[in-house]
Design a binder for this molecule. Structure first.
Ligand SMILES: *[C@@H]1O[C@H](CO)[C@@H](O)[C@H](O)[C@H]1NC(C)=O
Ligand SMILES: *[C@@H]1O[C@H](CO)[C@@H](O)[C@H](O)[C@H]1NC(C)=O
Ligand SMILES: *[C@@H]1O[C@H](CO)[C@@H](O)[C@H](O)[C@H]1NC(C)=O
Ligand SMILES: CC(=O)N[C@H]1CO[C@H](CO)[C@@H](O)[C@@H]1O
Length: 339
């Protein structure tokens, strides 16, 4: 009988990268809902014979990529952390299935996570799995429906009988967050003296060898022009994605970055931000907009500061607001009420 606990322990070098989120990664949720799969068998794409039970052997998407963004324009997430893009099940040749089961295109991921005991995962996601346009829900729904529904080991029939609707998606988000926490790209680079800078350039070898030294494997890096924008960490997996053993592997494919002249810019900030949100009531007198968080350089404080509304558009509903941030803080929140 498999003990679905500590499944990342093999690679965890202390994993103190995210001290503010002690609740995330606690195996409680998965412990209660383990897959019962053995992790003693072959890893995905390392099998030499056919594996009949695809609840316990990820196929055809057995090449897993944990992708992370370095978004600087506009900046998303903490200025000292990469953010989650997703966890994708690719085929061994790098192609991939997508949108595998529209009947499981869940909405209200926040509600799903909260109602199934994964509120701490949601809290972490709100900081580290953020959409560049502030549309986190749509981003999460997309990552689940496009990629998450393609995991053979996350088919609802693989879950324990009586699991609530959407439990496999909850497991997916918990897993992605847990795996991301074992891959502190920013800290690994910083430990090698590679920190964001708006003028310094790096070679791809500088970056990959620093990351290889810290992680044991070579990741793939994507660029927009000469600017580093994304990293992919590759895995095979033994057992179920729910509670299997993720094996780091060297990237089998190169990313899009050139060999030299790579920029790793600071996550800058703008004093002015557009916050677009769904008004809680379309035509009533008071319309409340969802708070938005704007990262600022340096420090770790977060504060609420007054904002000035500079324009209001009715269709699509949006507000342009500007604010003068205090000198020292990493983020400020705006809560806009239009009367
Ligand atoms: C590995 O398992 C998959 C799924 O059963 C199968 O399609 C594939 O042929 C297997 N690989 C080998 C080398 O047998
Ligand atoms: C943005 O705010 C900072 C800090 O208050 C200020 O120094 C800077 O001049 C502002 N920039 C613009 C374009 O308003
Ligand atoms: C806000 O939106 C307006 C209209 O789309 C655009 O002109 C402006 O540049 C945006 N401001 C910021 C800070 O993104
Ligand atoms: C994600 C998931 O399936 N969560 C379930 C785990 O098991 C407990 C107790 O059986 C349920 O309450 C959760 O909903």
């Amino acid at each position: 009988m498999h003990v679905p606990l500590l499944f990342f322990s093999a690679f965890l070098p202390g994993s103190l990268a995210f001290p503010h989120f002690p609740g995330v990664g606690s195996a409680g949720l998965l412990k209660r809902n383990g897959s019962d799969c053995d992790t003693g068998g072959p890893a995905s794409f390392q099998n030499t014979t056919a594996q009949p039970d695809l609840c316990c052997f990820e196929y055809p998407g057995g090449l897993l990529l944990q992708t992370q963004f370095w978004d600087t324009n506009p900046p998303t997430g903490p200025s000292n952390g990469w953010t989650i893009h997703g966890l994708w099940p690719d085929n061994c040749d790098g192609t991939f299935e997508q949108n595998c089961d529209p009947s499981r295109d869940y909405h209200d991921i926040s509600g799903l996570l909260t109602s199934q005991g994964a509120a701490s995962t949601l809290k972490f996601m709100q900081t580290f799995w953020v959409d560049i346009n502030g549309k986190n829900e749509q981003f999460w729904e997309h990552e689940w429906s496009t990629h998450g529904t393609c995991y053979s080991t996350l088919e609802p029939s693989c879950l324990p009988p009586g699991s609530p609707v959407g439990a496999e998606a909850v497991a997916f988000f918990v897993i992605v967050v847990n795996l991301f926490q074992t891959l502190p790209t920013y800290d690994w680079l910083a430990a090698a003296g590679i920190s964001p800078d708006d003028s310094q350039t790096y070679s791809l070898a500088d970056i990959t060898s620093a990351l290889q030294k810290a992680s044991g494997v070579i990741p793939a890096l994507d660029c927009r022009g000469s600017t580093i924008s994304q990293i992919s960490w590759y895995f095979n997996i033994k057992g179920s994605v729910i509670d299997g053993e993720f094996l780091r592997i060297d990237a089998p494919f190169q990313g899009s970055c050139a060999s030299n002249g790579l920029l790793y810019p600071v996550k800058g900030f703008s004093n002015s931000t557009n916050t677009t949100a769904s008004p809680s009531a379309a035509s009533s007198a008071a319309v409340t907009f969802t708070p938005t968080t704007i990262p600022l350089p340096s420090s770790s404080a977060s504060t609420t500061i007054p904002i000035t509304i500079t324009s209001v558009h009715s269709s699509p509903a949006s507000v342009t607001a500007s604010a003068t941030p205090p000198a020292v803080s990493t983020s400020f929140k705006t809560s806009i009420t239009v009367l």
